[in-house]
Design a protein around this ligand. Sequence first.
Ligand SMILES: [Zn+2]
Ligand SMILES: [Zn+2]
Length: 308
Amino acid sequence: MSSNVFGNTTLSIDNFVDTSFTGTFANLKDVAGLNPLERLWAAYYGYIGNDLFATGLLFFSIHEIMYFGRCLPWFIIDRIPYFNRWKIQDTKIPSNKEQWECAKSVLISHFLVEAFPIWLFHPLCTRMGISYSVPFPSWSNVAMQIAVFFVMEDAWHYWFHRGLHHGVFYKYIHKQHHRYAAPFGFAAEYAHPIEVALLGIGTVGSPLLWLHFTGDLHLFTICLWISLRLFQAVDAHSGYEFPWSLHHVLPIWAGADHHDEHHHHFIGNYASSFRWWDYVLDTEAGVTAKSTRESKMKKAAGNIKKNN
Ligand SMILES: [Zn+2]
Ligand SMILES: [Zn+2]
């Protein structure tokens, strides 16, 4: 089997003398215009020689490396008392045992929930017209699309997460994720498989919806998007609020400060990446938001009395 990673060009790994991974990478040096990342991508697909398997393995590896790789610094920070001054719920430092059990459960769920659908991803994407050949699209194109995916996923997450807080949905599905009132990195994907699948649709479905309507998407962009979305989810559960946290620079960004309130109060702040949905629909969590809401309601009640 050979790969279509070279698209419509006449290039093929079969023409290379050394078809090992490093050999292909070295051979691609002579192909004009390919940067090291594109060469790495092409050498990977070329060397594996089975695009379906290559994409499945790539996405599974990205998920594990990015998720656990991003959780690790938070795990270490939790063990260093110096950082406690920035812990939002500073009396609730998770124990080693708690973190280990949570990480183990997430890892098992990754294997059980992803093992099957991940192999459908490549055929689905190629049928929808995705590109995975080299060269990659421009960085500005990649950045613009990822920004759109963040907005799309946030909307999906807001409504479905809010829905999961209703009656039976909470009791049988979402309650698992709320086991930790003071979240930590590993808890980001600690959830019932139905929740993982439902909220996962927002992450995977956003780029696919974009692809359906524009016909313009590269698999590399999805890799980067998934990585950044994982970073966002883990960071939102980190439990730390620093003076240099992103929302101080970008006030619409949610971050840990926003999501920690959700875990603490079990209600409000349903969005994942941005603050606008909760602000506009008056579902902000926390003591300040609650008192603002109450005074607004009192004022409205007063106006009704006056008018009567
Ligand atoms: Zn929730
Ligand atoms: Zn959460």
